[in-house]
Ligand binder design. Sequence first.
Ligand code: AMP
Ligand code: MG
Length: 437
Amino acid sequence: MTTLNNLSRCVADYDPEALPVAAAQAIVRQWATPVTSAEHVPLRDALDRVLAADIVSPIDVPAHDNSAMDGYAFDSAALGTSTPNGDGPRTLELKIAGKALAGHPFDGKAARGTCVRIMTGAPMPAGCDTVVPQELTKVEGETVSFAADAVRPGANRRRAGEDLAAGQPALRAGRWMRAADIGLVASLGIAEVSVRRRLRVAFFSTGDELRSIGEPLATGCVYDSNRHTLFAMLRRLNVEAIDLGVVRDEPGALEATIRSAAANADVVLSSGGVSVGEADFTRKLLDTIGDVAFWNLAMRPGRPLAFGRIWSGARAGDGHPALFFGLPGNPVAVMVTFYQIVREALIAMTGASVDPVPLVGAACAVAIRKRPGRTEFQRGIARRDAHGQWHVTPTGSQSSAALSSMSEANCFIVLAHDAADLDAGDNVDIMLFDALV
Ligand code: AMP
Ligand code: MG
């Protein structure tokens, strides 16, 4: 068996005491194998699912040449026959032979010297290849006139198959289906699509101090927020989220939870119990029923992280396997490690090919202290000024326990591994939380 420890050593920069974020991401990437089974779902249910097969267009879209404007369709050969108009522009005069509306084509063929009144989306009448927009024309009775120089042959005609050609893949397998894709498949007249099965992700919190909502809060206790944050983050990825509740800091309870999680899920996420001092019994347990490395990531927040494989059986390799991420306990660290380390793995496991989250350059409004040798993800509020320049200000407290900093923020300020202290006005990378579609 390839063990995680063997594999980790093959990665450049491997240092279990301070593993660079990029190195951790590279290791995780190698272990994130996609689910393979697929199912057919009605088109609308395919939103935020991953296509299991290419969608080949059964038709041309648009199906016919049609007009891009409201105006008059005619044969561009007529442009050469326009009559000079004194010193002014050459004018073309055409008789209106009929009309073509969207859904109501013109049946005949436009004879020489005629045109067809046409509305946007209506099929181009036989014998016509050009549309003059109505705002360029003068209409008197049944005659339309316009400056011949104002239109080029073929203008304002959309070609059949211009959007999608019959027989060509319209969307590729691995596509994460977004709103435009749902509409695009609908435009092909396809009612059902084949998608990969949803990824199953089980999650639980650990800690004797944790109380669930509805329970009284004894001295020294805190409400378990991580499980709810994890649920919400998983929901956004449209995976099947399996909530396993709170597990006490006790080896028997932890073993039972981890084994049943591995039996039922592709990925298991825990929070808490991986920091120095707390990790000992977790580590011992996972040495038996898993192949899990305990990392100190060169990252802030989110230093302690356990990553590897676990099995549902009594020993590593027995029973159903699952990928395991032991996230830190601090609420902000949970979110940062989820977005920077876990998210990409989950997306890869859904079978999707998704581009990396774009970074945007911004001027930092204040000086920031930063030690080289770790990547920091501060919480920031970014805004774009009238000149198109982005500016970012860190939210108040950057404590990894202060969830309010995540709630207020609209971006991560990404301070690169090698970066040192920054002065006000220096350029930083930001990762905006919200994308449009
Ligand atoms: P740990 O990593 O278990 O030592 O936890 C680090 C800090 O995060 C401690 O202050 C915990 O009380 C807090 N914490 C751990 N788990 C949770 C949770 N599920 N919800 C809120 N806070 C938590
Ligand atoms: Mg704990």
